[in-house]
Structure formats: C-alpha cells, structure tokens
Write a protein of this length. Structure first.
Length: 166
C-alpha cells in the first residue's frame, strides 16, 4: 500500500512501488489528461507537477511520490491555460497537457522568462512544431501575470446621520 497526494487528495494505492506514476494516473485513477508519449522521459507528454516542479511521470516510480504533492492537468488552475486558448497553441493537441504543465511550472518559478529561459524550461516535444505559438503564449501569460491587480471600486461614503437640533 502506497499513499500519495494527487490533485490535493490523499490516495491509498495498492500498486507496485516501481510502477511509473503515469500508469497509476491513467490506469489506476483514470486521469487520462497526462499522456503517454515515448515512455523514456524524452518527449514530455507525461509532464506533471511534483511539488511544483515539472517532471516526466513515465519514468517516475510511484514510490518516489510519497510525501510530495502531485498535480495533473485535470487539477491545474493557471493563467497559462487561457493564454494557450487565446494564442491558439494546439494543432493536434496530443502534447499540449504536458506543454501546459511545463509552462506553468516555468512561470511559477520565473514569472518573466526570456526566450532562452523558455527553451531551457520547456523541453517538451511537439510533433506539429507549434513552438512559436507556445513561446508567444508563455510571454503573453507572463505579461498578464505581471500586471498589478485592478484597483477595487471606491466604496461610496455613507451619508452622515442627520443631526437633531433641540
């Protein structure tokens, strides 16, 4: 029995500790957003967050996940997802959940990445070669994240209580 924290929930799993996290997510828990690509940790289709860092789940044994927080695309709530839509990043879409997870981890660690930072931090492969759209969406998201929050609307002052004259 292995206990892991996936998407904010403690899960008791009866799996071999050497089972790659990817197969636990997909086959045991039914979380199909994390994709199988190469099975060797090279392509990044299987990227998840491991205590906030982007990792390749196809080569990560589930036993290495005890005591850490795993987040999958199904539980991600990050502005990069809107940027992906706004910039029409996906073409076939197969690699995109991994791309989004890698981009979100990069932006959480470096909110103003340069092109070189993006190249170093998002090493996932895209066979449709949408890299220029990926980079554009990451930069756009970084710009939005850097904006200060809007000022709250002013609260109107309550009228002064009438003064009684005696």
């Amino acid at each position: 029995m292995i206990e892991v924290n996936i998407n904010g929930a403690a899960r008791q799993l009866e799996v071999d500790g050497n089972t790659p996290l990817l197969w636990v997510l997909r086959d045991t828990l039914g979380l199909k957003g994390t994709r199988y690509g190469c099975g060797m940790g090279l392509c990044g289709a299987c990227t998840v967050h491991y205590d906030g860092m982007a990792v390749r789940s196809c080569v990560l044994p589930v036993s290495a996940c005890v005591g850490v927080k795993i987040v999958t695309i199904e539980h991600l709530d990050h502005p990069v997802q809107d940027a992906w839509i706004d910039h029409q990043v996906p073409q076939c879409g197969y690699c995109q959940s991994g791309q989004i997870m890698a981009a979100a981890a990069l932006l959480n660690q470096n909110p103003r990445p340069t092109d070189d930072d993006i190249n170093a931090g998002v090493t996932n492969l895209c066979r449709c070669a949408t890299y220029h759209r990926i980079r554009r969406a990451i930069h756009a998201c970084a710009g939005e994240m850097a904006k200060p929050p809007p000022e709250p609307a002013p609260v109107p002052e309550a009228p002064a209580a009438p003064v009684e004259v005696k």
